[in-house]
Design a protein around this ligand. Sequence first.
Ligand SMILES: Cc1cc2nc3c(=O)[nH]c(=O)nc-3n(C[C@H](O)[C@H](O)[C@H](O)COP(=O)(O)O)c2cc1C
Length: 207
Amino acid sequence: MTRVLVLYYSSYGHVRALAEAEAEGARSVPGTHVDLRRVPETVPEAIRRKAGFIADETPVASPADLEAYDAILFGTPTLFGMMAGQMKSFLDQAGGLWARNALVGKVAAVFASTGSQHGGHEATLLSTQIPLLHFGMLIAGMPYSFAGQTTAEEIVGGAPYGAGTIAGADGARAPTETDLAGARFQGAHVARIAARLAAADEAYEAA
Ligand SMILES: Cc1cc2nc3c(=O)[nH]c(=O)nc-3n(C[C@H](O)[C@H](O)[C@H](O)COP(=O)(O)O)c2cc1C
């Protein structure tokens, strides 16, 4: 089995919806085991309640969990033009894995939700990839073979850098069917790449 982790942070549910679609896409690839996890919340409960954050029952991951996977999809909202602090804090606790080269050669991909179309969507996708490259991970995007990303008939999230959605200034826009299709596509894309790499490793070890 190829092991894929979909790991996300979400305050209002948009990234969680994308994460579920990523997991569905990855599960559609035969021989893939998929786990859906979130990173721990860092915002105090009183502020969470006041700001109307969703209650999220998805199990929380710890940085040590990352080592067990062949591929990891990272999902985050855009906060001030970049990944959420919750996700950055999680990655900053993975120094031990970095020191042991424990994530080198694993597949990584990023997906994001952003309030406005030009409020940092692509910047978030790209800049979130930076620490993953420091870990030595191999970055997969959302290739143009997912043709939905090229439409100009509707507002779509995502880019060649990763799947995504545009939540609207007040967060009222739910991910569209095109956005969810992009996330499913990316999940399957990553699972297939991970399976190919695992098969190549097995062949190498057997030789
Ligand atoms: C503190 C804060 C900062 C934000 N910064 C941006 C921003 O820089 N650009 C933008 O377009 N949207 C911004 N947003 C809107 C979020 O991107 C939006 O709420 C998010 O995509 C929703 O994802 P979620 O439902 O998974 O939390 C911000 C929201 C918050 C709460």
